[in-house]
Write a protein of this length. Structure first.
Length: 318
Protein backbone atom coordinates (compact mmCIF):
# COMPACT_ATOMS: atom_id res chain seq x y z
CA UNK A 1 0.00 0.00 0.00
CA UNK A 2 3.06 2.20 -0.34
CA UNK A 3 1.54 4.19 -3.20
CA UNK A 4 -1.54 5.13 -1.15
CA UNK A 5 0.50 5.97 1.93
CA UNK A 6 2.77 8.18 -0.18
CA UNK A 7 -0.10 9.95 -1.95
CA UNK A 8 -1.19 12.98 0.13
CA UNK A 9 -4.59 12.99 -1.59
CA UNK A 10 -5.54 9.53 -0.28
CA UNK A 11 -7.34 9.29 3.07
CA UNK A 12 -7.84 6.27 5.31
CA UNK A 13 -11.28 5.68 6.83
CA UNK A 14 -11.09 3.30 9.80
CA UNK A 15 -14.33 1.95 11.25
CA UNK A 16 -14.39 0.11 14.56
CA UNK A 17 -11.35 2.19 15.42
CA UNK A 18 -11.51 1.64 19.18
CA UNK A 19 -11.23 -2.16 18.92
CA UNK A 20 -8.06 -4.23 18.86
CA UNK A 21 -7.55 -4.21 15.10
CA UNK A 22 -8.76 -0.63 14.83
CA UNK A 23 -6.28 0.80 17.32
CA UNK A 24 -3.42 -1.27 15.92
CA UNK A 25 -4.27 0.06 12.46
CA UNK A 26 -4.23 3.63 13.73
CA UNK A 27 -0.80 2.89 15.22
CA UNK A 28 0.48 1.60 11.86
CA UNK A 29 -0.88 4.66 10.06
CA UNK A 30 0.58 6.97 12.70
CA UNK A 31 4.03 5.48 12.13
CA UNK A 32 3.67 5.63 8.34
CA UNK A 33 2.08 9.06 7.95
CA UNK A 34 3.61 11.03 10.82
CA UNK A 35 2.51 14.69 10.65
CA UNK A 36 0.03 13.89 7.85
CA UNK A 37 -1.95 11.56 10.12
CA UNK A 38 -4.49 14.12 11.35
CA UNK A 39 -5.38 15.22 7.81
CA UNK A 40 -5.48 11.79 6.20
CA UNK A 41 -6.98 9.44 8.79
CA UNK A 42 -10.63 9.54 9.83
CA UNK A 43 -11.57 7.15 12.62
CA UNK A 44 -15.08 5.98 13.51
CA UNK A 45 -16.52 4.13 16.48
CA UNK A 46 -19.88 3.40 18.05
CA UNK A 47 -19.81 6.87 19.62
CA UNK A 48 -17.64 9.97 19.62
CA UNK A 49 -14.66 10.09 21.97
CA UNK A 50 -10.91 10.59 22.05
CA UNK A 51 -8.36 7.80 22.44
CA UNK A 52 -4.62 7.84 23.01
CA UNK A 53 -2.29 5.59 21.06
CA UNK A 54 0.66 3.78 22.62
CA UNK A 55 3.16 6.37 21.36
CA UNK A 56 1.11 9.29 22.65
CA UNK A 57 -0.97 10.50 19.71
CA UNK A 58 -4.52 11.55 20.57
CA UNK A 59 -7.11 10.52 17.99
CA UNK A 60 -10.64 11.83 17.63
CA UNK A 61 -13.18 9.05 17.14
CA UNK A 62 -16.30 10.06 15.24
CA UNK A 63 -19.67 8.31 15.57
CA UNK A 64 -20.23 5.77 12.80
CA UNK A 65 -23.26 7.78 11.66
CA UNK A 66 -20.82 10.49 10.56
CA UNK A 67 -19.61 8.29 7.69
CA UNK A 68 -22.15 10.10 5.54
CA UNK A 69 -20.15 13.30 6.03
CA UNK A 70 -16.94 12.03 4.41
CA UNK A 71 -16.02 14.51 1.65
CA UNK A 72 -16.98 12.85 -1.63
CA UNK A 73 -14.18 14.46 -3.63
CA UNK A 74 -11.37 12.61 -1.84
CA UNK A 75 -10.07 9.09 -2.48
CA UNK A 76 -10.29 6.58 0.37
CA UNK A 77 -8.90 3.33 1.60
CA UNK A 78 -11.57 1.80 3.87
CA UNK A 79 -10.37 -0.37 6.75
CA UNK A 80 -13.63 -1.76 8.10
CA UNK A 81 -13.56 -3.34 11.56
CA UNK A 82 -16.94 -2.25 12.93
CA UNK A 83 -19.01 -5.27 13.99
CA UNK A 84 -20.99 -6.43 17.01
CA UNK A 85 -18.52 -8.99 18.34
CA UNK A 86 -19.14 -12.53 19.49
CA UNK A 87 -19.55 -11.57 23.16
CA UNK A 88 -22.47 -9.30 22.19
CA UNK A 89 -24.50 -12.38 21.18
CA UNK A 90 -25.14 -13.02 24.86
CA UNK A 91 -26.21 -9.44 25.60
CA UNK A 92 -28.56 -8.91 22.64
CA UNK A 93 -31.65 -10.69 21.43
CA UNK A 94 -31.04 -12.65 18.25
CA UNK A 95 -33.07 -10.22 16.16
CA UNK A 96 -31.35 -7.17 17.65
CA UNK A 97 -27.91 -8.68 17.09
CA UNK A 98 -28.65 -9.44 13.44
CA UNK A 99 -30.28 -6.03 12.90
CA UNK A 100 -27.40 -4.21 14.57
CA UNK A 101 -24.78 -5.80 12.35
CA UNK A 102 -26.95 -5.34 9.28
CA UNK A 103 -27.19 -1.61 10.06
CA UNK A 104 -23.40 -1.37 10.31
CA UNK A 105 -22.97 -3.18 7.00
CA UNK A 106 -25.49 -0.90 5.34
CA UNK A 107 -23.93 2.31 6.64
CA UNK A 108 -20.42 1.33 5.56
CA UNK A 109 -21.61 0.07 2.17
CA UNK A 110 -23.44 3.33 1.53
CA UNK A 111 -20.32 5.34 2.38
CA UNK A 112 -18.10 3.22 0.14
CA UNK A 113 -20.49 3.32 -2.82
CA UNK A 114 -20.72 7.10 -2.62
CA UNK A 115 -16.97 7.71 -2.46
CA UNK A 116 -13.87 7.21 -4.60
CA UNK A 117 -12.73 4.05 -2.82
CA UNK A 118 -9.34 2.65 -3.87
CA UNK A 119 -9.12 -0.16 -1.32
CA UNK A 120 -11.20 -2.12 1.19
CA UNK A 121 -10.03 -4.43 3.97
CA UNK A 122 -12.55 -6.63 5.80
CA UNK A 123 -11.34 -8.87 8.63
CA UNK A 124 -13.60 -11.90 8.83
CA UNK A 125 -13.31 -14.67 11.41
CA UNK A 126 -12.47 -18.32 11.87
CA UNK A 127 -15.97 -18.53 13.31
CA UNK A 128 -17.31 -18.83 9.75
CA UNK A 129 -16.38 -22.53 9.89
CA UNK A 130 -18.13 -25.45 11.47
CA UNK A 131 -16.07 -27.92 13.51
CA UNK A 132 -15.62 -30.05 10.37
CA UNK A 133 -14.10 -27.12 8.45
CA UNK A 134 -17.10 -26.41 6.22
CA UNK A 135 -18.73 -22.99 6.11
CA UNK A 136 -21.53 -22.59 8.64
CA UNK A 137 -24.97 -21.35 7.59
CA UNK A 138 -26.90 -21.85 10.85
CA UNK A 139 -27.52 -18.26 11.91
CA UNK A 140 -29.44 -19.29 15.02
CA UNK A 141 -26.64 -21.47 16.41
CA UNK A 142 -23.77 -19.30 15.13
CA UNK A 143 -24.98 -15.76 14.42
CA UNK A 144 -21.52 -14.18 14.71
CA UNK A 145 -19.85 -16.54 12.25
CA UNK A 146 -22.70 -16.61 9.75
CA UNK A 147 -22.97 -12.81 9.71
CA UNK A 148 -19.22 -12.55 9.18
CA UNK A 149 -19.59 -14.85 6.17
CA UNK A 150 -22.46 -12.75 4.86
CA UNK A 151 -20.25 -9.67 5.11
CA UNK A 152 -17.55 -11.48 3.12
CA UNK A 153 -20.01 -12.11 0.31
CA UNK A 154 -21.65 -8.70 0.50
CA UNK A 155 -18.44 -6.68 0.36
CA UNK A 156 -16.95 -8.93 -2.32
CA UNK A 157 -19.96 -8.14 -4.51
CA UNK A 158 -19.69 -4.42 -3.71
CA UNK A 159 -15.95 -4.39 -4.47
CA UNK A 160 -16.55 -6.10 -7.81
CA UNK A 161 -19.32 -3.65 -8.73
CA UNK A 162 -17.28 -0.60 -7.75
CA UNK A 163 -13.95 -1.97 -9.03
CA UNK A 164 -12.30 -1.68 -5.60
CA UNK A 165 -9.29 -3.78 -4.54
CA UNK A 166 -10.42 -6.05 -1.69
CA UNK A 167 -8.62 -7.95 1.06
CA UNK A 168 -10.47 -10.37 3.36
CA UNK A 169 -8.79 -12.46 6.05
CA UNK A 170 -10.45 -14.94 8.37
CA UNK A 171 -8.81 -14.06 11.65
CA UNK A 172 -8.21 -16.80 14.21
CA UNK A 173 -5.75 -15.90 17.00
CA UNK A 174 -3.88 -12.61 17.23
CA UNK A 175 -1.04 -11.30 19.36
CA UNK A 176 0.37 -7.84 19.89
CA UNK A 177 -0.40 -4.37 21.23
CA UNK A 178 -3.87 -2.98 21.86
CA UNK A 179 -5.26 -6.37 22.87
CA UNK A 180 -8.60 -5.85 24.61
CA UNK A 181 -10.65 -8.23 26.76
CA UNK A 182 -7.29 -9.42 28.05
CA UNK A 183 -8.71 -11.94 30.50
CA UNK A 184 -10.77 -13.57 27.75
CA UNK A 185 -7.92 -14.45 25.38
CA UNK A 186 -5.59 -17.26 26.38
CA UNK A 187 -2.31 -15.60 25.39
CA UNK A 188 -2.93 -12.25 27.08
CA UNK A 189 -4.31 -13.95 30.19
CA UNK A 190 -1.18 -16.10 30.51
CA UNK A 191 1.13 -13.13 29.96
CA UNK A 192 -0.70 -11.09 32.61
CA UNK A 193 -0.24 -13.93 35.10
CA UNK A 194 3.49 -13.94 34.37
CA UNK A 195 3.81 -10.16 34.64
CA UNK A 196 2.01 -10.24 37.99
CA UNK A 197 4.46 -12.81 39.31
CA UNK A 198 2.35 -15.93 38.91
CA UNK A 199 1.09 -18.47 39.19
CA UNK A 200 -0.16 -19.04 35.67
CA UNK A 201 -3.73 -20.27 36.01
CA UNK A 202 -5.05 -22.54 33.25
CA UNK A 203 -8.66 -23.61 33.66
CA UNK A 204 -9.04 -25.99 30.72
CA UNK A 205 -9.07 -29.68 31.64
CA UNK A 206 -8.91 -30.69 27.99
CA UNK A 207 -6.33 -30.00 25.27
CA UNK A 208 -6.57 -26.47 23.81
CA UNK A 209 -4.62 -25.77 20.61
CA UNK A 210 -3.98 -22.34 19.12
CA UNK A 211 -1.75 -20.68 16.51
CA UNK A 212 -0.87 -17.00 16.71
CA UNK A 213 -0.02 -14.25 14.25
CA UNK A 214 1.07 -10.69 14.96
CA UNK A 215 -1.70 -8.15 14.52
CA UNK A 216 0.78 -5.90 12.72
CA UNK A 217 1.51 -8.67 10.20
CA UNK A 218 -2.21 -8.91 9.43
CA UNK A 219 -2.45 -5.16 8.84
CA UNK A 220 0.75 -5.06 6.77
CA UNK A 221 -0.47 -7.91 4.58
CA UNK A 222 -3.85 -6.26 4.07
CA UNK A 223 -2.25 -2.99 2.97
CA UNK A 224 0.08 -4.84 0.59
CA UNK A 225 -2.83 -6.78 -0.92
CA UNK A 226 -4.76 -3.58 -1.58
CA UNK A 227 -1.86 -2.26 -3.66
CA UNK A 228 -1.59 -5.45 -5.75
CA UNK A 229 -3.13 -4.46 -9.08
CA UNK A 230 -2.32 -7.82 -10.63
CA UNK A 231 -4.72 -9.53 -8.23
CA UNK A 232 -7.06 -6.87 -6.84
CA UNK A 233 -9.64 -9.24 -5.35
CA UNK A 234 -8.47 -12.37 -3.55
CA UNK A 235 -10.55 -15.17 -2.06
CA UNK A 236 -10.73 -15.00 1.77
CA UNK A 237 -7.96 -16.88 3.54
CA UNK A 238 -7.16 -17.83 7.13
CA UNK A 239 -4.61 -16.34 9.48
CA UNK A 240 -2.23 -18.74 11.22
CA UNK A 241 1.23 -18.67 12.73
CA UNK A 242 4.32 -20.74 12.10
CA UNK A 243 3.10 -23.59 14.30
CA UNK A 244 0.51 -24.77 16.80
CA UNK A 245 0.74 -24.66 20.59
CA UNK A 246 -1.22 -26.50 23.24
CA UNK A 247 -2.18 -24.26 26.15
CA UNK A 248 0.30 -25.82 28.55
CA UNK A 249 3.13 -25.47 26.03
CA UNK A 250 2.10 -21.86 25.43
CA UNK A 251 2.25 -21.12 29.16
CA UNK A 252 5.73 -22.64 29.42
CA UNK A 253 6.94 -20.65 26.41
CA UNK A 254 5.57 -17.40 27.83
CA UNK A 255 7.32 -18.05 31.13
CA UNK A 256 10.59 -18.74 29.33
CA UNK A 257 10.40 -15.77 26.95
CA UNK A 258 9.54 -13.42 29.82
CA UNK A 259 12.43 -14.74 31.92
CA UNK A 260 10.33 -16.53 34.50
CA UNK A 261 11.07 -20.17 33.57
CA UNK A 262 10.34 -21.50 37.07
CA UNK A 263 6.99 -19.81 37.55
CA UNK A 264 4.29 -22.19 38.79
CA UNK A 265 1.63 -23.31 36.31
CA UNK A 266 -1.65 -24.49 37.83
CA UNK A 267 -4.02 -26.58 35.74
CA UNK A 268 -6.57 -29.33 36.37
CA UNK A 269 -5.58 -32.84 35.24
CA UNK A 270 -6.15 -33.28 31.52
CA UNK A 271 -9.15 -35.47 30.76
CA UNK A 272 -9.80 -37.54 27.70
CA UNK A 273 -12.10 -35.85 25.23
CA UNK A 274 -12.21 -33.71 22.11
CA UNK A 275 -9.41 -31.23 21.46
CA UNK A 276 -10.40 -27.56 21.39
CA UNK A 277 -8.48 -26.65 18.23
CA UNK A 278 -9.09 -23.19 16.79
CA UNK A 279 -6.43 -22.96 14.08
CA UNK A 280 -6.66 -21.73 10.50
CA UNK A 281 -4.93 -23.02 7.40
CA UNK A 282 -1.97 -20.66 7.10
CA UNK A 283 -0.82 -21.77 3.63
CA UNK A 284 -2.26 -18.83 1.70
CA UNK A 285 -1.15 -16.34 4.33
CA UNK A 286 2.43 -17.57 4.22
CA UNK A 287 2.38 -17.43 0.42
CA UNK A 288 1.16 -13.84 0.57
CA UNK A 289 3.83 -12.91 3.09
CA UNK A 290 6.52 -14.25 0.75
CA UNK A 291 4.97 -12.47 -2.22
CA UNK A 292 5.04 -9.08 -0.48
CA UNK A 293 8.18 -9.52 1.59
CA UNK A 294 6.35 -9.37 4.92
CA UNK A 295 8.41 -11.10 7.62
CA UNK A 296 5.96 -12.97 9.85
CA UNK A 297 6.89 -12.55 13.51
CA UNK A 298 7.75 -15.80 15.32
CA UNK A 299 5.75 -16.65 18.43
CA UNK A 300 8.43 -15.57 20.96
CA UNK A 301 8.54 -12.12 19.35
CA UNK A 302 4.74 -11.94 19.46
CA UNK A 303 4.82 -12.79 23.16
CA UNK A 304 7.36 -10.05 23.84
CA UNK A 305 5.35 -7.53 21.82
CA UNK A 306 2.16 -8.36 23.70
CA UNK A 307 3.92 -8.33 27.06
CA UNK A 308 5.45 -4.90 26.41
CA UNK A 309 1.99 -3.47 25.82
CA UNK A 310 0.38 -5.25 28.78
CA UNK A 311 3.26 -4.23 31.03
CA UNK A 312 2.64 -0.57 30.21
CA UNK A 313 -1.08 -1.12 30.79
CA UNK A 314 -0.37 -2.50 34.27
CA UNK A 315 1.85 0.48 35.08
CA UNK A 316 -0.88 2.90 34.00
CA UNK A 317 -3.38 1.10 36.22
CA UNK A 318 -1.26 1.57 39.35
Amino acid sequence: MGSALADPDVCFAVTGATGWLGQATLDVLDSALGPQFAERVIAFGSHGREIKLHEGRHVDIHPLDNLVNLPAEKRYVFLHYAFLTRDKVATHSHDDYVAGNSAITGAVSHAIAGRKAIGLFIPSSGAVYRADGTLDDDIVANPYGVLKRRDELHFAQLAAQEDIPLAVMRVFNLAGPYVNKVNTYALSSIILDVLRGGPIILHASHPVVRSYVSIFNVIDLALCMLSDREEPIVEPFDTAGEGESELGELAQLCASVLDRPNIRIERPPLLEGPVDRYVGDGTAMRDRAVRYGVALAPLPAQIEQTADFLGETLKDAV
